[in-house]
Write a protein that binds this ligand. Sequence first.
Ligand SMILES: [Zn+2]
Length: 243
Amino acid sequence: MISLTIDYEFDWGGRVKTAKAIESMTHPLLECLDKVGAKATFFVSAETVLSTKPMLQAIVNAGHEIASHGFHHDLKYDILSRNELKEEIRSSKESLEDALGVQIVGFRTPQFRKNRYTEETLLEFGFLYDSSSVNTSLSGRYQERQYEFGFLPEIPVSTLYGRFPAGIKWINLLGAGFDPTSHRVIYLHPFDLLSMAETVHSYTKGISPLVLAFYLARFTSPLGTVEKVARGSVTLASSIKGR
Ligand SMILES: [Zn+2]
């Protein structure tokens, strides 16, 4: 089984509050998914809703899943108090449901930062699964699995070669080295799909040159890679049915 997931946030991983990549890449991405019969899960940062609503509506209309990627992407969710986290998660779910008329059942915390309150808060608001960790041997925030208490299904992002998070940018560099027996969960950001020229063009002061270099490192066209790996993708919500 394969699931393509999109962390739908402002440009440069939410480092700036523009939505150029969402505006230019949502429709090409939807066409690509349609072409290969893929249904994806879009983890939407709710702070983007007001400026990107027509694109979000197109995603819903195409039958993909909308899930929550929190409200403010630049907050460090691992150091929020119980009440602060509650407010972020509540407001993200509510604004997505109100704007789009869909039910939100899935969550991915911004920047893979989870804490001891994440699971109980998601349960309180009726979420059915979490996808906030990465199955990797790398230490650090990708591996906050100590905060999984077993009350909510966790669907981690897969790894490549047992080590690197299965992001489209890594797949571009390293190829798709998955364990074929696992549920392959791949992630990408709209910003990862921009061409090199567009990426350079959108470069702004305040973004470190290293970040720019990471966004430019690739061997193939990102959308071409999506087309190769996303064939037959199912949404995370449908993947947990019957669990
Ligand atoms: Zn994100």
